[in-house]
Every structure is written in structure tokens, then in C-alpha cells.
Design a protein around this ligand. Structure first.
Ligand code: GDP
Length: 304
């Protein structure tokens, strides 16, 4: 969902020559595919969005794959970019790289003060190595690699798979699908089951805002320090469930499944560095972004 939006923004700025590789054509976990990509695309700038990602369910089911694929894709893409002599490499990291108990709002300077939350540590640490690689390559080779740390993204075209998606698409799907069940399979009041205790907090960034941040950073930011990319607010999962239920008109029963993990206890970024360094501030109101995501799901749910 992010690549399409980034391409659109670059096109609007007059940059037409953009190569968006598909994973079925270039499996970037394999070095030979990475080499082929550089031969085919001959890029000046690389924006490394490719990632093996998902919500808590996906992270718990695939810690090995998430570690290996994310590390290998990123490390190889940056190394070949250096060898190819590209002008700039923009690595997209993750908020999952932060220590589990980082004080809110998370400041970039707190990034190395502890171990990440266990369920997403393999993913978070694999991505975090790209920060180290960027800094080491800048130091040794003068290579212009930067590292961005976005919060949880949401928006149209997200994955709505109930086992592996993130919380927003999962909740939208649960609330909407239960309403369209035939009466016979749902004889009593409709019920949805949500995960954990509802106590953790999260920050969410609309996909179009994230694309804007990435494009601004690609244009204007050329330093070794990582930069948080967020929307600057915090909401508890309990409040999020209530908000989504209200927006889709689900007024029935919600059960909390405490056997599922809560994940990181609190998450919210200090976004002042992005504003100072390249003038990024998220524009989309959370409710508006949610409404657009809900509308997209309703229009496209037959495809899911
Ligand atoms: P995280 O932000 O990386 O921890 O990943 P998620 O988006 O999967 O989960 C965020 C929070 O939402 C966690 O506290 C989950 O326990 C909670 N949550 C509540 N219901 C659901 C659900 O149906 N799916 C998911 N993925 N998370 C849920």
C-alpha cells in the first residue's frame, strides 16, 4: 500500500522513472535476485520498503522467517547499492526496534536503551541492523544511507487477514463481517473476540502520511541519525476497539481473549526530529483515516 502512494508523490514532483519491483519477480532474500534488480532498474536512489511484516499473530508464528528475510533483504540491498554506487539509500525501519519499556514519547536517543518486546524482537532487531549498516557504511565509504522508524501504519489495501494482520484491519473486518453473517449462523447477539487486555497503547500513521514523510526524507535528509515517523498521538486498544465499533455501527458484545499477547505495553513516538529536519507533520485525522480504511474494506471485501 505504501509503494503505490510513494510513486504517486514522486510522479507529482516530476519524477517519472520509478521502478517498483514485485516480490514474485525479485525475491530479495536471494542475493542473485538483488543483483538482477540493480541490473534491471539501474537506480540512482533506492527506497527499501520490502519487508516481511504482520501483527502479533504473524510475529509469533514466524520469528525465524521474519528475522532472516528482513535481515537478508535489507543487508543485501544496501550492500549492492553501495557497490553499484547509488546516490542514496533510504531504509525503512520500525518502531518494533525500540526497547520494550521505552518512556513515552519514544525519542530516537532511547533506541539502544534495552531489548525490544519479545514477540516482535526478531523482526525489530533484524530491521535495526540496517541502521547500524547505514551508519557504518557512511563512516567507512561515505555512503548516503538514512534510516526511518515509522509507527504502525494503516490504510486502504492493508492486509485484512485475521490471523496475521495488524489490529486495525483485524478489528474492522471482525466488526463488519459479523454483521453480515446469516441469522442462522449467528442466532444470538453478534459477538466479536478481540485480543489481550485492551490496556496497551498504540500510535497509528495513515499510509499517505507515511509516504509523504518518506519522500520528504528522500529529498531533504542526509544524516546518520535515525528519525521517528509518526502521527504524535496515543490511543489505548480498548478505546480503539470502541472507536472502530462505533464507526462501523457495531453495538454488540465484545469479548477480550486474555490468552492472546498484548505485545509492547506502550507505543508513541516523539516526532519532533522529523519536523525539524525535513518539515514532516502528519495531516490525516485519525477518524478520517479510519473511515477511509473502513470504506475501502466494505468496497473490496469480496476480494479478501
Ligand atoms: P503490534 O502493534 O506490533 O503489537 O501488533 P498488532 O497490531 O497485531 O497488535 C496491537 C495490539 O492490538 C495488541 O495489544 C493486540 O493484542 C491488540 N489486539 C486486539 N485485538 C486484536 C486483533 O484482533 N488482532 C490483532 N492483530 N491485534 C489485536
Amino acid at each position: 500500500m505504501l509503494a503505490t502512494q510513494i510513486k504517486k508523490l514522486f510522479n507529482e514532483r516530476g519524477c517519472q522513472d520509478i521502478f517498483v519491483p514485485k516480490s514474485k519477480d525479485y525475491d530479495l532474500v536471494e542475493m542473485k535476485a538483488v543483483k538482477k534488480l540493480y541490473r534491471d532498474a539501474k537506480p540512482d536512489i533506492v527506497i527499501h520498503l520490502a519487508a516481511r511484516v504482520g501483527g502479533i499473530g504473524a510475529n509469533r508464528a514466524n520469528p525465524g522467517k521474519f528475522f532472516y528475510d528482513n535481515l537478508m533483504m535489507g543487508v543485501q540491498m544496501m550492500e549492492m547499492g553501495r557497490q553499484a554506487g547509488i546516490e542514496k539509500f533510504v531504509a525503512i525501519g520500525t518502531i518494533c526496534a525500540y526497547p520494550k519499556f521505552t518512556p513515552v514519547p519514544f525519542k530516537e536517543d532511547d533506541l539502544w536503551n534495552g531489548y525490544p518486546e519479545e514477540t516482535n524482537a526478531p523482526y525489530g532487531l533484524a530491521k535495526k541492523m540496517l541502521l547500524l549498516q547505514a551508519q557504518a557504511y557512511r563512516q567507512q565509504y561515505g555512503f548516503n544511507a538514512i534510516h526511518l522508524l515509522p509507527v504502525n501504519l494503516y490504510g486502504p489495501r492493508d492486509s485484512f487477514d485475521l490471523e496475521s494482520s495488524h489490529v486495525i484491519p483485524a478489528l474492522i473486518r471482525k466488526c463488519i463481517d459479523v454483521k453480515s453473517l446469516p441469522q442462522s449462523s449467528n442466532p444470538k447477539r453478534p459477538i466479536i473476540t478481540v485480543w489481550g487486555t485492551g490496556k496497551p497503547t498504540r500510535e497509528f500513521l495513515y499510509v499517505e502520511d507515511c509516504a509523504e514523510a518518506i519522500v520528504l526524507a528522500a529529498e531533504r535528509y542526509n544524516k546518520p541519525d535515525p528519525i521517528n515517523i509518526g502521527a504524535g498521538f496515543e490511543i489505548s486498544i480498548k478505546d480503539l476497539v470502541e472507536l472502530i465499533a462505533k464507526l462501523v455501527g457495531f453495538g454488540d458484545k465484545i469479548i477480550w481473549d486474555n490468552s492472546k499477547s498484548d505485545g509492547q505495553p506502550k507505543r508513541m513516538l516523539d516526532t519532533s526530529r522529523a519536523e525539524k529536519e525535513f518539515g514532516f507533520k502528519a495531516k490525516t485525522l485519525f477518524k478520517d483515516g479510519l473511515k477511509k480504511t473502513i470504506e475501502w474494506y466494505i468496497s473490496n471485501k469480496q476480494l479478501k
